[in-house]
Ligand binder design. Structure first.
Ligand code: DP6
Length: 353
C-alpha cells in the first residue's frame, strides 16, 4: 500500500524570541518564547508526504529540487519520531491495512513548497517542519500520548516550528526534563481570540541570510554575557512572557506592542554582543524602527510594533483599524514599490480568512 497526504502550515513570528540552545542534540532552548501564527494566505508551506514499503529510502524535494536527507538529523528525527507514534490504519471497507506500530518498514517521499523566500529570516523552517510533522501524523495515523507530544517532534526539526502546529498566540515552554519531552508548545489564545490582529510583512531582502539561526545562537551562547542575563531563570524573558501573555489575553495592544519591540531590540542587542558580532538588521531595517516610533508618537500611543528575526525583514504588528495607514506609510517610504507585488505583503493573523 501507498499512503499520501497534502496539507499546509502557516509560519509564526515570535514576539518574545527564542535565541540559544540548552541542548543541541535535543534542540531545547535556554528560554521560553511566544509567537503569533500567521494565517495561510501568503506565507505558508504546502507539503505532500507519500509513504510506501517499496521506497528504498526517504527523499525530500524542497521547492522542486531534491535535497539529500540521508544524513539530515532534523529531517530524520521528524520522520522517525512521528513513525514511532504511528497508529492503526484502516481501509475504506474498515479492514486493517497497517497495524498500530506497524510502520517500521515504510519510507517517505516528501515534497515541500514555500510561498515565500526560504532562509531569508521569515521563519520558513517553522512553516516547513510544522507542515512536515502534521502531514506525517496524518499518513502514519499518529496519536499523541500527551498533549503537545507532536510539537516535541517538530521542535527537533526546527525550534520555532513547534509553535506553528497551532494557530493564535502560542508559547513554547522551555521545559525542565532531561529528555526534552516537556519542551513543547502550548496555545495561549486561539486564532479567534483577537481577530483584529494583523501582521504586515516588509520583505527588505529575500537573499539567504549570512549567519543561520542555528550557527548564530551557538556563537551567542558561547560569547554573549547579555544573553545569559536575558535568559536566566526569573530574568528578562520570564518577566516578559508573563506580561505579554496577559496583554494578549486582555487584547491590550499598547502593552503587547511595547514588549514585542523591546524584545526584538534586546535580541538584536545580544547579536551585537556576540563575538564576533552578528548583524541581521540593515540600514533599511533601522529606518523602519524609526518610522514606527515616529508614527506611534504622532498617534500618541503604541499603534504599531515592529519585530525582526534573523534577517533584515520587518514584521509590523498592528490592529486592522490602522493597517491601511501603516501600509500607506511604508509605501510612501518605499516609493515605486507595489502593494500587490513582492515588496510589501499584508498577512492577516491566522484564522481570519
Ligand atoms: C530569531 O527555529 O530557525 O526566529 O531551532 O536552530 O532551527 P533552529 O532555529 P530557528 O530559530 C528561530 C530564531 C528566531 C526567533 C524565534 O522564532 O523565536
Amino acid at each position: 500500500h501507498t499512503f499520501t497526504c497534502t496539507l499546509s502550515s502557516g509560519t509564526n513570528i515570535a514576539c518574545i524570541k527564542y535565541w540559544g540552545k540548552k541542548s543541541v542534540a535535543l534542540n531545547t532552548p535556554i528560554n521560553s518564547s511566544v509567537s503569533v501564527t500567521l494565517d495561510q494566505k501568503d506565507l505558508k508551506t504546502v507539503t505532500t508526504v507519500v509513504a510506501s514499503k517499496s521506497f528504498e529510502k526517504n527523499r525530500l524535494w524542497l521547492n522542486g529540487t531534491e535535497e539529500d536527507v540521508t544524513n539530515s538529523k532534523r529531517f530524520n528525527a521528524c520522520v522517525d519520531g512521528v513513525r514511532r507514534m504511528g497508529g492503526e490504519r484502516r481501509g475504506e471497507g474498515k479492514e486493517v491495512l497497517v497495524e498500530k506500530g506497524g510502520w517500521g518498514d515504510y519510507k517517505v517521499h516528501v515534497s515541500s513548497m514555500n510561498t515565500f523566500p526560504t532562509a531569508a529570516g521569515l521563519a520558513s523552517s517553522a512553516a516547513g517542519y510544522s507542515a512536515l510533522v502534521k502531514c506525517l501524523a496524518e499518513v502514519f495515523c499518529a496519536s499523541e500520548s500527551y498533549p503537545g507530544e507532536l510539537s516535541t517532534i517538530a521542535r527537533q526539526g526546527s525550534g520555532s516550528a513547534c509553535r506553528s502546529l497551532q494557530g493564535g498566540f502560542v508559547a513554547w515552554r522551555m521545559g525542565s526534563k532531561a529528555d526534552g519531552s516537556d519542551s513543547m508548545a502550548e496555545q495561549v489564545c486561539n486564532e479567534n481570540h483577537w481577530p483584529e490582529m494583523r501582521a504586515v510583512i516588509l520583505v527588505i531582502s529575500d537573499l539567504k541570510k549570512d549567519t543561520s539561526s542555528t550557527e548564530g545562537m551557538g556563537t551567542s551562547v558561547d560569547t554573549s554575557e547579555l544573553l545569559g542575563f536575558r535568559a536566566r531563570e526569573g530574568g528578562v524573558v520570564d518577566r516578559r512572557m508573563e506580561l505579554i501573555e496577559k496583554a494578549y489575553k486582555e487584547r491590550d495592544f499598547e502593552a503587547f506592542g511595547k514588549v514585542t519591540m523591546q524584545d526584538s531590540n534586546q535580541f538584536h542587542a545580544t547579536c551585537l554582543d556576540t563575538y564576533p558580532p552578528i548583524f541581521y538588521m540593515n540600514d533599511t531595517s533601522k529606518s523602519v524602527i524609526k518610522i514606527v516610533h515616529a508614527y506611534n508618537a504622532w498617534k500618541g500611543r503604541v499603534a504599531a510594533a515592529y519585530t525582526f528575526d534573523a534577517g533584515p525583514n520587518a514584521v509590523i504588528y498592528c490592529l486592522d483599524d490602522v493597517v491601511d495607514e501603516v501600509l500607506a506609510l511604508m509605501l510612501q517610504y518605499y516609493p515605486g514599490r507595489r502593494l500587490d507585488g513582492r515588496y510589501v505583503r499584508d498577512g492577516e493573523a491566522w484564522g481570519r480568512a
